[in-house]
Design a binder for this molecule. Structure first.
Ligand SMILES: Cc1cc2nc3c(=O)[nH]c(=O)nc-3n(C[C@H](O)[C@H](O)[C@H](O)COP(=O)(O)O)c2cc1C
Length: 209
């Protein structure tokens, strides 16, 4: 049973970036939401594709360094309000070309903007938040290019985004061999059970603080 009433409950923003609602990414996000909700969090599930988020940047969302009163587009302010309201931020996404899908990259480019996510004069905007980057990778963990996935998670995402924005308590997890191309039957089922267990484990570590 939840320890908090609906209004007092801490909030987890789960950001899903996939165009298919029946994708493995969506299934991992749904399972993550259920697990975090069971720990007493109110879930804000942000499905960027389903909500029609526009990843294209425009003049309205260019940062103006030094201008702490800059008003960005309404869409950006609506989205950053959801980030500011969250205690946990959990992006769930497939790795594409050793990076974020353009939709999710555009969300960070536009929404995690100057004075909204970093560079604010007063209290750091992201203070006290915690993050888990939950990535699905087609490669196997022993692939010779798997180091590029570690570089993405630990370099670009943890250091380049989370820590830069003042979120030192950041976790990362990669679910490898997400397509399980070589597996069939029971071996395939076992592989996917194991991937879900890995996702659960990453969520539990985040929740343990
Ligand atoms: C455009 C594209 C680029 C991809 N690039 C990578 C990559 O750089 N590294 C990797 O491990 N997997 C890569 N993959 C495989 C995806 O990560 C994999 O298809 C996904 O994790 C499967 O989850 P889904 O069924 O939810 O899409 C790529 C897939 C696509 C479609």
């Amino acid at each position: 049973m939840n320890q908090h009433s609906e209004t007092e409950a801490p909030v987890a923003l789960i950001v899903v970036s996939h165009h298919r609602s029946d994708s493995l990414t969506a299934a991992v996000a749904e399972r993550t939401a259920a697990r975090v909700a069971a720990a007493g969090y109110r879930i804000d599930l942000l499905d960027l594709h389903a909500e029609g988020f526009d990843p294209r940047g425009g003049v309205a969302d260019e940062p103006e360094y030094g201008n702490h009163d800059k008003r960005y587009s309404d869409e950006v302010h609506r989205h950053i309000a959801r980030v500011h309201a969250a205690d946990l931020v959990i992006p769930v996404f497939p790795i594409w070309w050793f990076g974020l899908p353009a939709l999710l990259k555009g969300w960070f480019d536009r929404v995690w903007n100057y004075n909204l996510a970093y560079g604010s004069q007063s209290r750091p905007a992201m203070e006290g938040k915690r993050m888990l980057w939950l990535a699905l990778a087609g490669l196997t963990a022993d692939d010779e290019n798997a180091d590029l996935i570690t570089a993405l998670l630990e370099g670009t995402l943890r250091r380049g985004i989370s820590e830069y924005c003042g979120i030192p308590d950041t976790h990362t997890a990669a679910l490898y061999d997400s397509e399980a191309g070589d597996l069939t039957g029971e071996a395939r089922d076992r592989h996917y059970r194991d991937l879900f267990a890995q996702a659960d484990n990453a969520v539990d570590k985040l929740l343990a603080g």
